[in-house]
Design a protein around this ligand. Structure first.
Ligand code: FES
Ligand SMILES: [Fe+2]
Length: 353
């Protein structure tokens, strides 16, 4: 079950090029995307109403999408506007359409009824923040999306999964950790004062001594996780001066700041489209620096994807197997609880309607 009345990331805006169709299953629904002649993105069910052929196997015809089987054409509201073999178009000749919005370099899709799409709920993303140079990618993960959310909210795994890049024992050696919860968001802040910088930080920040290091992780329903991380030389009172989301002011203290953006879109119950971006504030206009940071952090994150697939494999072998929780799981547990409660509430509303 997924939360339907919510915005998910369907694609990076750069993935949609004029004249091309993009097929993507989201929350179990096959969807096809295209741009009309003005550049506006359309999204409809990837299943022709005639004989259920995938519309993504057809073509873009001006503003419309044309089925590759018998040539029916649809507009971006899902209405059939042309049947080549007859003049009359049956009233029910239509496919479901979805509300889509292009913003912050991504294409968002509302998986509930398009008429109820709530524009106020589109999340703000740091990809529009000029303080950062950033680079993004999309990965396909063979694991449930909740595994990714809980992974990001419990960074004690860095010490073990990412020892060669961003992990070290500072993460579990008495850091100051705070978990905060709002109606639809959870934030975990972790401060590692007077600690050794991990290998990637030494490379990017040229640190020669101890640092004060921060990780501020914020989940927003359904599945956006923003990470603000960084470090400054120890003793500069980074903790007192850094803004709520950490990195921007940290960078000014002779330290380094990063954002890491995770846009986690379920494909099915067992597979996920993982949109991922890495930003740096050291030299925002320096693409080589952005590429270097992206490469370093990506190396670390690929280690996680293997973990998710292996977890999913063991879960499939023992469906419903109970798990043991510890303190570090607090943020993840709260996020998943909020999410599941919203899904239940939506289900209750549907039954009542
Ligand atoms: S199946 Fe699409 S036009 Fe016939
Ligand atoms: Fe990780």
């Amino acid at each position: 079950m997924f939360l339907r009345n919510a915005w998910y990331v369907a694609a990076w805006a750069s993935e949609l090029t004029g004249g091309q169709l993009l097929a993507r299953t989201i929350c179990g629904d096959p969807v096809v995307f295209w741009c009309d002649q003005s550049g506006k993105v359309g999204a409809v069910e990837d299943r022709c109403c005639h004989r259920l052929f995938p519309l993504s196997k057809g073509t873009v015809q001006g503003d419309f999408i044309k089925c590759g089987y018998h040539g029916f054409e649809y507009d971006c509201t899902g209405k059939c506007v042309l049947i080549p073999s007859q003049r009359e178009i049956p009233k029910n000749a239509r496919v479901r359409h979805y509300a889509v919005v292009e913003r912050h370099s991504v294409v968002f899709i509302w998986m509930g009824d398009a008429a109820t799409a709530d524009m106020a709920k589109i999340p703000e993303l740091p990809t529009s923040d000029p303080q950062f140079g950033w680079k993004g990618a999309r990965y396909y993960v063979r694991g449930n999306y909740e595994l990714i959310i809980e992974n990001l909210l419990d960074l004690t795994h860095l010490t073990f999964v990412h020892a060669s890049t961003i992990g070290n024992y500072a993460l579990i050696d008495s850091p100051v950790v705070k978990t905060e919860r709002w109606e639809r968001e959870v934030q975990v802040s972790r401060w590692m004062m007077n600690s050794d910088p991990p290998p990637t930080y030494v490379k990017a920040g040229n640190f020669t001594g101890k640092v004060d290091r921060w990780q501020i992780i914020r989940w927003a329903e359904p599945s956006v996780v923003r990470l603000w991380t960084g470090a400054a030389p120890h003793g500069q009172n980074a903790r007192g001066k850094i803004a709520p989301h950490g990195a921007p002011e940290g960078g000014k203290l002779g330290g380094i700041g990063f954002f890491n953006l995770n846009l986690i879109t379920p494909e099915t119950e067992k597979t996920t489209h993982y949109f991922w971006a890495q930003g740096q504030d050291m030299q925002p206009k320096n693409q080589a620096m952005t590429d270097m940071v992206f490469g370093q952090i990506e190396m670390a994150f690929t280690q996680d994807w293997e973990v998710f697939e292996l977890q999913q494999m063991r879960m499939d072998q023992a469906p419903g197997r109970a798990r043991v929780d510890v303190g570090g799981d607090a943020g993840g547990i709260q996020a998943i609880n909020i999410l599941r409660r919203s899904i239940e509430a939506e289900k209750t509303l549907r039954v009542a309607a």
